[in-house]
Design a protein around this ligand. Structure first.
Ligand code: KG4
Ligand code: ZN
Length: 335
């Protein structure tokens, strides 16, 4: 395994990505082709369009990953590909392509869980991050808390019952008349807003304290906007954005800290697209520090969908002999 070269491929949602990793953790290339512009017109990801664009992009993206890394397919020792969860039609493009390379080149093929890959991304930059630790994944598709026992053991503590955190940002942006994806725009507006102006609900879910629910919050925001509009007033967009963001951040921070304390773990790792949110990072950092908990977050390019994280977890699975064959199917939901 010393100098193995892994080609990672990721097509679970709206990013076509390929990366080359040299063991143990040198990223030789990391190519991400985003379809955000294509889907933004529709206010969200359109699965059929995503599949078609993956088909169009997969060959050039993999070729660019190889050329950026200054290698050819002859140098590759293993293919790691996202097998699920995600959009089935999107996953199948990457998986079929990976199977084809694996078969023609006689290379081992590893099927990687996308969420586990997000949780593992931290090891590309912080190889000494301890096991076990609390892993928090917040993206457009997932909001979950895990105990990460080692590279291949992920114990789910709780997850969202309805919308993912990023999805809530995107939906609130939509009702505020803002473009997709809404997360970055809302957080920009929130910087100038009053975080206490509206007391939006925080779903604590006492019975299942590590589960999340953002649909009540979304409805509360929509009702507030409607009331203001019906009264003939202007919507204070910045204050709505700030109060909404505060409600999301507070719930995620509370649950992450609670998990670390309950399980006596002294490291929290945050990842996923919403980890780009400055307020969330700052608040979690502050609360963690106060309790002598280490807080780690990958750099932005490794937080959002990418194939370097897939290659990285793929390498760990390869070491343990966890490979798949040409009969393996993609899976849409978490296993
Ligand atoms: O991980 P990601 O790139 O894609 C997946 O969902 O897998 O996450 C995208 C999500 C979008 O919902 C986007 O609105 C959100 O991350 N996002 C943010 C911020 N930047 C991206 N949400 C809040 N604040 C941000 N700064
Ligand atoms: Zn993702």
């Amino acid at each position: 395994n010393e100098n193995k070269i892994i080609l990672g491929i990721e097509t679970s949602c709206d990013e076509t990505a390929a990366a080359v990793l040299k063991a143990p953790n040198r990223v030789l290339s990391n190519v991400v082709s985003s379809q955000v512009k294509i889907h933004s017109v529709y206010g969200g990801v359109v699965p059929e369009l995503a599949s078609r664009h993956h088909l169009k992009n997969i060959v050039p993206v993999v070729e660019k990953a190889l050329s950026d890394a200054n290698i050819t397919l002859d140098d590759v020792d293993c293919i790691a590909v996202t097998q699920g969860p995600g959009l089935i039609g999107a996953l199948v493009v990457g998986l079929s392509f990976a199977k084809a390379i694996s078969a023609t080149r006689k290379l081992p093929l590893v099927g990687v869980n996308h969420v586990h890959a997000h949780l593992h991304a931290i090891y590309l930059e912080h190889p000494s991050c301890p096991f076990p630790h609390i892993g928090v994944i917040v993206s457009g598709g997932h909001t979950s808390i895990y105990i990460v026992r080692d590279a291949i053991q992920y114990e789910l503590l709780g997850q969202t019952r309805d919308d993912a955190a990023g999805e809530a940002f995107d939906k609130v942006a939509k009702v505020l008349g803002l473009p997709y994806p809404g997360g970055p725009i809302i957080s920009k507006l929130a910087e100038k807003g009053d975080r206490t102006r509206f007391a939006f609900p925080r779903a604590r879910l006492a019975e299942t304290p590590y589960d999340f629910s953002f649909s009540g919050l979304k409805t509360a925001v929509i009702n507030t906007i409607r009331k203001i509009k019906n009264a003939g007033q202007d919507v204070p967009t910045e204050d709505v954005a700030a109060s909404f963001e505060e409600a999301v951040v507070e719930v995620i921070v509370d649950k992450a800290i609670r998990a670390a304390q309950e399980y006596s773990l002294d490291t929290i790792v945050l990842s996923g697209g919403v980890a780009a949110n400055k307020r969330l990072r700052d608040a979690l950092e502050t609360e963690a520090q106060r309790r002598k908990i280490q807080f780690l977050v990958p750099s932005p390019l490794l937080c959002t969908d990418n194939a370097a994280m897939v290659a990285s977890l793929g390498l760990e699975m390869l070491k343990r002999g966890i490979t798949i064959d040409s009969a393996a199917d993609a899976y849409s939901r978490a296993l």
